[in-house]
Design a protein around this ligand. Structure first.
Ligand SMILES: [Fe+2]
Ligand SMILES: [Fe+2]
Length: 461
């Protein structure tokens, strides 16, 4: 690995380590895009809090150690930079038809449309999540959580910059047009929706936010991991650096749910409640009952699975096989399938394993409290709208249900309007330093080793 390009230049409007100063065409294009981006950020980014200093980390280097700097910054002044991980000398393509050939520094003509599409789809998810989360500041359970929300938001916006740079640099006029479209589509807008289903769902409350960062950001991370293997080297290097930031987003989800589960369990024990299904009494304590958490989990896991696309795609055949769950004569069966076309299914199985490890950690908290309840991931066939199981109904255990059975039972599996109304009633803003909403425990490990009552967002000077 060379050390070139690890220093980030701050002498242009757009911090970067791609030598923008000497790349007049791209610099000019991005400088024109910048005000449009800021306009989008003001209209569709976090609602409120735009003029107060937030304790954020900013990427200042692509060195493994010390890549980020913490400090107070007003969000519109955040330095959204363009950062590529260092180039790996003599990197070769690691799979498929071009195995062993040197990676491409430019876009090969025959793959231009496919690569542009990949970059646009990745780019579209980044501003989409910021839009989905824009109202959450109103109901932040603490300054600490508010700060984490904004950290995730500014970094997703930086990921948008990362994709827009590739479009401007390598795809000429159509790249520039796509970059504008990324600011034009809107999450959940029926006329001009974001490209992927999960990114058009609402994020109405903080439980949804934590589930989103746990499940959907993790899908994003796995997509980035596969893009980081791309034969198109600038895309590989861009996504490799994005992964550095992504880890924090999943930490926010993992620890957020842990803190909710912890608070629920301790409130139940303090009040002598041991039955997790005694919903009415548990809810009078102002905490989130475990069955509601399970239903939210079911929802977010299944919409995130849909992001992996179909079980089988049309890659070239090779001889190895991989077991894939398929629907055959009304039954779910494991079928040996050619390994290359089963790539999506493999990636999805890895994803499921990673998710299961997180769920285990939540269960450890419940088990230690002695409450008889286990959170679990629903079956792959549950509540899908894409792929092999889109046409059937299955319960979270994977039993196929007739339409009328599904209609009768689905309130047990997915969040009900009653659940949503209850969650909504809990969502009140808590902004005093060191205080937390009653449904969530304080964090075990505060950001940047600050104390829990640190003013992560400086609301007054
Ligand atoms: Fe992202
Ligand atoms: Fe993310």
């Amino acid at each position: 690995m060379t050390t070139e390009n690890t220093k980030v230049s701050y002498d242009t409007l757009i911090p970067n380590n791609v030598g923008l100063v000497s790349d007049r065409r791209v610099l000019k294009g991005l400088e024109q895009w910048h005000p449009e981006f800021l306009n989008w950020w003001h209209n569709m980014g976090p609602d409120g809090f735009q003029n107060v200093p937030v304790y954020l980390r900013t990427a200042v280097s692509v060195d493994r150690d010390g890549w980020a700097q913490f400090g107070y910054v007003k969000m519109p002044d955040y330095r959204w930079g363009i950062l590529l991980a260092p180039r790996i000398e003599d990197r070769t393509i690691g799979f498929g038809r071009y195995l062993g050939e040197p990676v491409w520094q430019d876009v090969p003509g025959e793959h231009r449309a496919t690569l542009r599409r990949l970059i646009v789809i990745q780019g579209d998810t980044e501003p989409a999540s910021v839009e989905q989360q824009r109202h959450l500041g109103e109901t932040a359970p603490s300054l600490y959580d508010l700060r984490n929300l904004f950290q995730v938001n500014v970094e997703e916006a930086r990921h948008l910059w990362a994709m827009v740079y590739l479009l401007h640099k390598y795809f000429g006029r159509d790249g520039r047009e796509e970059a504008q479209e990324l600011l034009r589509r809107r999450s959940g807008d029926s006329n001009s929706p974001r490209l992927l289903g999960a990114f058009n769902e609402a994020t109405p409350d903080w439980l949804s936010f934590f589930m989103f960062t746990f499940f959907t950001d993790r899908d994003g991370k796995m997509q980035l991991e596969s893009l980081a293997q791309s034969g198109f080297d600038p895309l590989a290097r861009t996504t490799r650096f994005m992964l550095t930031e992504e880890a924090h987003h999943m930490f926010v989800g993992q620890s957020g749910i842990s803190r909710i589960v912890e608070r629920t369990c301790s409130a139940m024990l303090e009040n002598g409640l041991h039955d997790p299904y005694d919903i009415e009494r548990i809810r009078t304590l102002g905490v989130i009952d475990l069955p509601t958490i399970q239903r939210k989990l079911n929802f977010h896991f299944s919409v995130s699975l849909d992001l992996f696309g179909s079980e089988i795609d049309d890659h070239q055949l090779i001889t190895a096989t991989y077991p894939v769950l398929k629907l055959e004569q009304g039954r779910i069966k494991s079928v040996a399938t050619a390994a290359m076309p089963a790539l999506n299914a493999r990636l999805r199985d890895d994803y499921e394993r990673e998710c299961a490890r997180g769920v285990d950690r939540w269960n450890t908290i419940i088990r230690k409290a002695g409450i008889p309840f286990t959170l679990s991931l629903p079956h792959i066939a549950f509540s899908r709208t894409v792929g092999e199981f889109a046409g059937i109904h299955a319960d979270p255990q994977g039993h196929i249900l007739a339409d009328d059975e599904w209609d009768q039972l689905k309130h047990r599996f997915l969040p009900t309007t009653d659940d949503e109304a209850y969650l909504n009633s809990l969502m009140t803003q808590v902004l005093a330093p060191g205080e937390f909403a009653p449904w969530i425990a304080p964090p075990g490990r505060p950001i940047d080793n600050k104390s829990t009552d640190f003013r992560y967002v400086r609301l007054t000077s």
